[in-house]
Ligand binder design. Structure first.
Ligand code: ZN
Length: 498
């Protein structure tokens, strides 16, 4: 028994996570169909389950994470034909692009990543098993799952066969016994990749792969199976029917589904022109911005993607990194100052940090609460940085060290603070200036003009240039090392205090 409470879609409530095997977690996530670049819906889903994966590991569980690639699919075949290339090559190209996106977002690679094209023996064996126990039937080179044979079909989405039939676009076919029967195997069509099977040349239907791969990796039952809410029907409903229909055992103990991504309060779709790939977004924002944006909403709730929301996340991360840069500089410079005395600044907060983090994450991975905790940590960091009076120096230093440790602990899950602060801030400045349509040369020129005016003691002119920059969103920061600048993404935001 763990102390982690998880919302399970099937039972419809939050339950304490009890692993099948003590201390081990079998985690399966439905992967992508690599026919094109991945979009922000994928970012949402895989960031959400990366947080789950990393947190379960932090909680001391031995997690095995399996995520598939649907590399045999109509969309891949059609797109490959359009581009005059082999389906397998198109899939490989997009799998590599997917890795680039996932790596940029610090999404850990799963332990196993089975592909349909290399899982045919398991898929065919499972279909044979379903035919063998009467749950499926062969029909003119196809094989169909007989949904009426599975008593609890619809239990995940809590709908009857009739409800589902009314709401679904059912492919009418003479080959099927019931309109809702779905294909486990499809007979080969000319010009398509095909594999040898007991039913002739063909390829698997979409749903069977996840049952076959999950059972191959883990046996009949997994602890956690996750995916987007859009997969509940038909994909996950069918996975349950296939797996439980074959083994007679419960397939999944906890079903986790992430909420939809809307764009400017509308459903994201290519036809509405509000469709964003991860690659597009990462050209304009650092990956940490997208990751912070994704964890700013609970994973089960819908999230609303907009430039304004990303700008806000960009400003927030820049503030985090600005604070870290100062904190690191302080830690570098303030060595050998003697032992701290009396209570440290924020001592209670620092002592309780890990426990509070665990408490929030134990409650169905409540990253929102964790972000509240981070806000407190950075507020404390800035207070500590103000304590530069010699008498307070040892205590400030001890608290700064502890803060860095606590943030590193949280970051094993969050993955927001791994970059070098100075490098991050440089990249951020460049991208933030581009987002505002400002050239770095123009900013440098203006900063130079102001320096000249100041050296000539022409304060009116210096202020005028400063205000001109501020109106464009550039905030100047005068320090011991000269003048630095930041671009504020959120318009009319108060200038950063120095
Ligand atoms: Zn799946």
């Amino acid at each position: 028994m763990t102390g982690i409470r998880v919302y399970d879609t099937l039972s419809g409530d939050k339950r304490t996570l009890e692993p099948i095997e003590p201390n081990k977690i079998r985690l399966y996530a439905c992967g992508v169909t690599p026919y094109d670049n991945s979009h922000i819906g994928h970012a949402r889903c895989y960031v959400a389950f990366d947080i789950v994966y990393r947190y379960l590991k932090l909680a001391g569980l031995d997690v095995t994470y399996v995520r598939n690639f649907t590399d045999v699919d109509d969309k891949i075949i059609n797109r490959a034909n359009e581009r005059g290339m082999k389906a397998v090559d198109l899939a490989e190209e997009n799998i590599q692009a997917f890795y680039r996106d996932m790596d940029a977002l610090s999404i850990a690679r799963p332990d196993q990543e089975p592909r349909v094209s290399t899982s045919m023996p398991q898929i065919i064996a499972l279909i044979e098993r379903l035919i063998g126990n009467g749950m499926a039937y062969a029909s003119e080179g196809d094989v169909y799952y007989a949904v009426e044979k599975f008593q609890s079909y619809g239990k995940l989405g809590k709908r009857t066969l009739e409800d589902m039939q009314a709401g679904a676009r059912v492919e009418v076919s003479e080959k099927k016994r019931h309109p809702m029967d779905f294909a486990l195997w499809k007979a080969a069509k000319p010009g398509e990749p095909a594999w040898e099977s007991p039913w002739g040349q063909g390829r698997p239907g979409w749903h069977i792969e996840c049952s076959a791969m999950s059972m191959h990796a883990f046996g009949p039952c997994v602890d956690i199976h996750c995916g987007g809410q859009d997969l509940i029907f038909p994909h996950h409903e069918n996975e349950i029917a296939q797996s439980e229909g074959a083994t007679g055992q419960n397939f999944v103990n906890y079903w986790l589904h992430n909420g939809f991504v809307n764009v400017d309060n509308e459903k994201m779709s290519k036809s509405l022109g509000n469709f964003f790939t991860i690659k597009d977004v990462l050209q304009r924002y650092e990956p940490q911005v997208l990751r912070l944006f994704m964890v700013s909403t609970h994973y089960r709730s819908p999230i609303n993607f907009s430039d304004a929301a990303l700008d806000e996340a960009a400003d927030r991360i820049a503030y985090f990194y600005e604070t870290l840069r100062k904190l690191d500089a302080f830690l570098d410079q303030a060595g050998g100052v003697g032992a701290p005395f009396g209570p440290l600044p924020g001592e209670a907060f620092l002592e309780e940090f890990e426990a509070r983090f665990r408490e929030a994450m134990d409650e169905d991975f409540n990253t929102l609460r964790v972000l509240g905790q981070l806000a407190e940590a950075f507020k404390l960091a800035n207070e500590v940085l103000m304590m530069r009076k010699a008498k307070q120096l040892p205590n400030a230093l001890a608290a700064a060290k502890l803060l860095r440790e606590k943030l590193a602990y949280a970051d094993t899950v969050l993955q927001l603070f791994g970059a070098d602060p100075a490098d991050y801030l440089d990249r951020h400045k460049t991208k933030a200036a581009a987002r505002r349509g400002l050239s770095l040369d123009w900013i440098a020129e203006k900063v130079g003009d102001r320096l000249v005016a100041r050296s000539e003691k022409n304060w009116a002119e210096a202020d005028r240039v400063r205000d001109e920059l501020l109106a464009a969103g550039v905030v100047l920061m005068d320090g011991a090392q000269g003048t630095d600048w930041m671009v504020k993404d959120v318009r009319d935001a108060a200038p950063a205090a120095e």
